[in-house]
Design a protein around this ligand. Structure first.
Ligand SMILES: Cc1cc2nc3c(=O)[nH]c(=O)nc-3n(C[C@H](O)[C@H](O)[C@H](O)COP(=O)(O)OP(=O)(O)OC[C@H]3O[C@@H](n4cnc5c(N)ncnc54)[C@H](O)[C@@H]3O)c2cc1C
Length: 152
């Protein structure tokens, strides 16, 4: 196996093609990672959520890290680490264009609303009015790729 860095264009290609990512946030020195659905546009990753721990933590500390991976085989993979900043897109004047963009981009992902809209205990949390859109502004990213040097 050979590991090499991905160019910025290769990083962007993987990020744009990905539907699922691992979102890491942290609070008071405690990291927290969860899978989320994402849609990339320009220099932002858009996503959707119900209120909960990750949103509380990102509001308190907007610096986040996102991992995007593509595993073909054990010896062949690509991954991108995105360093970014959480930006909430509230349902308020001044955010309409960004919310519409989030909606438009996420619509391209099958069932994009489902995993982020469900909680283990049904209750007031799942009422439609509490959901939120947000985006991660990409500050910088790095990418690596492993290729199987034994093949062919
Ligand atoms: C493929 C996939 C796509 C997803 N897409 C989205 C998305 O687009 N938007 C979205 O909001 N969520 C999505 N989820 C669900 C997400 O991973 C979280 O479970 C969910 O967002 C709840 O996170 P929270 O911080 O609000 O948890 P809370 O409901 O506040 O609960 C916090 C507690 O639950 C635990 N917990 C939370 N989530 C998980 C988990 N996945 N596994 C184990 N323990 C957990 C935490 O450790 C903590 O103890 C997706 C999950 C998968 C597998």
């Amino acid at each position: 196996m050979i590991v090499k860095d991905l160019s910025r264009a290769e990083c962007l290609e993987l990020v744009a093609a990905s539907h699922t990512a691992r979102l890491a946030c942290s609070l008071d020195g405690q990291p927290y990672v969860v899978p989320i659905t994402v849609a990339f546009d320009d220099s932002f990753l858009y996503s959707f959520s119900m209120p909960g721990q990750k949103v509380d933590w990102m509001r308190a500390n907007p610096k986040v890290c996102v991992l995007i991976e593509d595993h073909r085989q054990r010896s062949e993979w690509r991954s991108v680490v995105v360093y970014g900043t959480f930006e909430e897109l509230p349902d308020k004047i001044g955010f309409k264009r960004e919310r519409d963009r989030a909606w438009e981009m996420l619509q391209q992902r099958a069932n994009w609303w489902e995993p982020g809209g469900l909680k283990p205990v049904p209750g007031p949390m799942v009422s439609a009015s509490t959901h939120l859109f947000y985006r991660i502004a990409i500050d910088r990213m790095t990418g690596r790729q492993a290729v199987d040097d034994q093949r062919g």
